[in-house]
Design a protein around this ligand. Structure first.
Ligand SMILES: Cc1cc2nc3c(=O)[nH]c(=O)nc-3n(C[C@H](O)[C@H](O)[C@H](O)COP(=O)(O)OP(=O)(O)OC[C@H]3O[C@@H](n4cnc5c(N)ncnc54)[C@H](O)[C@@H]3O)c2cc1C
Length: 399
């Protein structure tokens, strides 16, 4: 049996290795359009490769996938994060989990994962062809014909693991698969605003951010950057809102509640209590709600509250303005920036095109798809790679 895996990335390698283990007598070839293998694995996780996540239950994993979500439940039950860590450990790669549940190789070096995969490829005599860019696919009665500019290959079974390549999506569309238009996910918001100007590096523990005119609403840490705002709260919004924000051309408004979950009435009442119980206290020296001091001072300045003003002299107008800024600060977002280059693409081959029990295309026999080529994407935390490992494993067991 001849198998061709198109794409020498995470999903392609993992699928090929597991097929080879299950079917030692099959002839497996990975074709890769560049001269580099596993290049995204190399740069992933800042060079450390956040290979998976420490959460293990499928029900805990699914909420991290804006595209895919519940449909992936069975996938993670069959081959989840714990199975991936066991898989690596069995092949000599130990992993460790950090406090936020991200899992890395114990060496903290992505090369460890690459070396492991390359060793497995050699062990199972998998053929690798680099500089082989697939230009067209054709199914005949008996097999698949894969053509590059210089060579034509034939395979009984074909695995597509081309990642987020627009050219490959076009080829798949021409083959007859339906594609959800790709848009970026995981980006930060560009904001030019006096309230955050020159305050890059300031971080907030837990804020709530809403996108005006949508249902998008997230809580979590927030970070002021050179270009605007980032941090988990923003990245979650960018992932869940990837499609909607693209239609807005990344121009929209956000409302920030710096207190996390306090209502305007609660904050007003706290400020009035402070005014009567500590009338001499200078507000500028006592940031509330764990707000970093530099930002607190900036907000007071923005609300025209002098740094020497004692709490007892706060006017009703000043209190109202501060309440608004703390619970419903309105900011204009104009554009997006890439988060540490760790963008992923939302979109790809429609999930309804594949049988999720096998990852075989429903309308094309002997054609399987894994990884970012599919319309699956996740938040940061090792979830994007996990989607590659889980699909690759299921293909290998069912092909
Ligand atoms: C900077 C960065 C850091 C990241 N860090 C993490 C992380 O730490 N943890 C995590 O979970 N996720 C991370 N991600 C996301 C993760 O890298 C991807 O989700 C994952 O690599 C997708 O794997 P894939 O095999 O589907 O695609 P890729 O890894 O992109 O592989 C696809 C391969 O197919 C090849 N190809 C494309 N078209 C053709 C063709 N026509 N013919 C032949 N070959 C072709 C490409 O050249 C490529 O080598 C990161 C992403 C980036 C950009």
């Amino acid at each position: 049996m001849k198998v061709i895996v198109i794409g020498g990335g995470a999903a392609g390698f993992f699928t090929a290795i597991n097929i080879a283990e299950k079917h030692p007598d099959w002839q497996i070839t990975i074709v890769e359009k560049t001269n580099k293998l596993l290049s995204k694995v190399k740069i992933s996780g800042g060079g450390r490769c956040n290979v998976t996540n420490g959460r293990t239950a499928a029900s805990e994993l699914v909420p991290f996938y804006p595209r895919g979500g519940k449909k992936l439940y069975g996938l993670f039950q069959e081959f989840g994060t714990a199975e991936m860590r066991k898989w690596l450990s069995k092949r000599g790669v130990n992993t460790h989990e950090e406090a936020d549940h991200r899992v890395f190789p114990a060496t903290n070096d992505s090369q460890t994962i690459i070396d492991c995969f390359l060793q497995q490829v050699r062990k199972h005599s998998i053929t690798i062809k680099t500089n082989f860019s697939v230009l067209s696919l054709r199914q005949t009665e008996e097999s698949w014909i894969v053509r590059s500019s210089s060579e034509t290959l034939q395979a009984d079974k074909l695995i597509i693991a081309t990642g987020s390549s627009p050219v490959a999506w076009k080829t798949l569309q021409q083959t007859g698969l339906e594609i959800v238009e790709p848009v970026p996910s995981l980006f930060t918001f560009n904001i030019k605003d006096a309230r955050i100007k020159d305050l890059m590096g300031i971080a907030f523990g837990n804020v709530s951010v809403k996108i005006v005119g949508t249902k998008l609403d997230e809580t979590g840490p927030l970070l002021i950057t050179h270009w605007g705002l980032s941090g988990p709260a923003i990245l979650k919004l960018s992932a869940w809102g990837a499609r909607e924000l693209s239609t807005k051309n990344y121009h929209f408004q956000i409302l920030i509640n710096y207190t996390g979950d306090q209502s305007a009435d609660q904050v007003r009442s706290n400020l009035n209590d402070l005014k009567s119980s500590n009338p001499k206290r200078k507000l500028s020296n006592h940031p509330m709600y764990d707000i970093p001091k530099r930002f607190w001072e900036r907000l007071l300045e923005y609300c025209e509250i002098g740094s020497d003003l004692p709490a007892g002299e706060l006017s009703k107008k000043q209190i109202n303005k501060l309440v608004e800024e703390l619970t419903q600060g309105l900011y204009d977002v104009k554009g997006k920036s890439t988060f540490k280059e760790e963008f992923v693409t939302s979109g790809g081959v429609k999930l309804s095109e594949v049988d999720l029990k096998t990852f075989e295309a429903k309308r094309f026999k002997n054609l399987y798809l894994a990884g970012e080529v599919l319309d699956i994407d996740a938040l940061t935390g090792g979830f994007n790679f996990q989607a590659c490992w889980s699909a690759g494993w299921i293909i290998s067991q069912n092909i």
